[in-house]
Design a protein around this ligand. Structure first.
Ligand SMILES: *Cc1c(COP(=O)(O)O)cnc(C)c1O
Length: 364
């Protein structure tokens, strides 16, 4: 079978999504399933929809288009603001667009008037992580202007934490977001449909005993796909962490000195492993046919006894306890960064693992 390949266990991803939909649903929080790490995979999308997500979201217009063209009919949200010149495409592919910029909103309004389709807007507010968001003091004004603009409907407000600076979503930010929702509602004279409290990093807050305040939506990708809490990269209780595996083939396996020889400068990707860490006599050095182009070698988990020595564009060099025949397949777990790269590399194949004996699951 072709390598490198990602093996994707849809059943486990469905289990993860279903578990989160149920646990959060009990607290009045809906799940928006985020597909960007899967390039907007329609197969993953169908799994998430069957699990009960309220809609799907992606940061790339191209991925939303792929979802739409595959026949997905749930509401689609564009997570990353389009530039003004992408407004037409954004309005054509997304039901809801997250943005912070009034010029973008006006361009979306023009696009909506051309197509006759309302564009929902979620205005993002900055609560300290310093990625996207209007400052809290400006939120109500931006929201009111969106609310009053033809072709747009103010769907709600949202925040994004723990991405750029690793700021932990806690009760304080969720209280602030909730208070802001109330202020915006009083300005526009109606309730907001969506108060979106963040990404997988907000799960710790949402699943704790604390009440959800006004937050009624989380946008979840990593936790569904990998079963991990991004704040600590530890498993979320009750979720599968092995739904996705990368498989690569051995192309060389030889006894070699652990230490390079000759005068040393930079390797293909900058600094190389310090010589001191390598002065261990002879080792079995094995090369897997996968590289920086296909995976983040710092974000994989290899079988027991196998460790990464280094990687270049196309070669992943590992130490193995035994010499392995060329063609031997080595399986590895992936973190978010490794997954993102593997999913977007045209050199990595995908092979779905469908449950064999399990009864057919309900699909919507
Ligand atoms: C990527 C992204 C998400 C999903 O993040 P996960 O950590 O994968 O759950 C949510 N919201 C925004 C704005 C994003 O860009």
């Amino acid at each position: 079978m072709t390598t490198p390949r990602l093996e994707i266990d849809f059943g486990k991803i469905g289990d993860n999504a279903r578990s989160l939909v149920q646990r959060l649903g009990a607290k009045g929080i809906g799940v928006t399933g985020v597909t960007k790490a899967t390039l907007g995979s329609p197969d993953i999308a169908r799994e998430l929809i069957a699990a009960g997500v309220r809609g799907l979201a992606d940061s790339r217009i191209e991925n939303l288009r792929a979802l739409r063209e595959s026949g997905v009919r749930v509401p689609l949200t564009l997570l990353r603001s389009p530039a003004p010149d992408q407004a037409d495409e954004a309005a054509a592919c997304a039901n809801v667009v997250m943005t912070t910029d009034l010029d973008v909103a006006m361009a979306l309004s023009d696009a909506a008037s051309r197509t006759g389709r309302l564009v929902g807007i979620i205005v993002m507010v900055e609560l300290g992580d310093l990625r996207e968001g209007v400052m809290p003091a400006d939120l109500a004004d931006v929201c009111r202007r969106v609310h009053r603009t033809a072709g747009l409907t103010l769907t709600g407000i949202g925040t994004n934490l723990a991405c750029q600076s690793g700021v932990v979503p806690e009760v304080a930010q969720m209280q602030e977001l909730s208070a802001l929702a109330t202020i915006v509602e009083s300005k526009i004279g109606r309730q907001l449909a969506v108060v979106s409290g963040g990404n997988s990093a907000s799960l710790g807050w949402a699943l704790s005993a604390a009440p959800p305040e006004r937050v009624n939506d989380l946008r979840l990708g990593e936790s569904i796909l990998l079963g991990l809490d991004p704040l600590t990269r530890t498993p979320v209780e009750g979720l599968h962490t092995d739904a996705i595996t990368l498989v690569a083939s051995v192309i060389e396996s030889r006894v070699k000195p652990a230490q390079p020889w000759g005068k040393l400068a930079q390797g293909a990707f900058g600094a190389v492993v310090p010589v001191t860490a390598r002065s261990r006599g002879q080792i079995i050095q094995t090369i897997l046919a996968v590289g920086e182009q296909d995976v983040d070698p710092r974000d994989i988990s290899l079988p027991a006894g196998v460790s990464v020595l280094g990687a270049s564009s196309d070669h992943l060099v590992v130490e193995t306890p035994l010499q392995l025949a060329a063609g031997t397949e080595v399986r590895m777990g992936v973190g978010y960064s490794a997954l993102l790269r593997a999913m977007t590399s045209p050199f990595v194949a995908e092979r779905p693992t469908l449950p064999v004996a399990a009864p057919a699951r309900a699909r919507s």
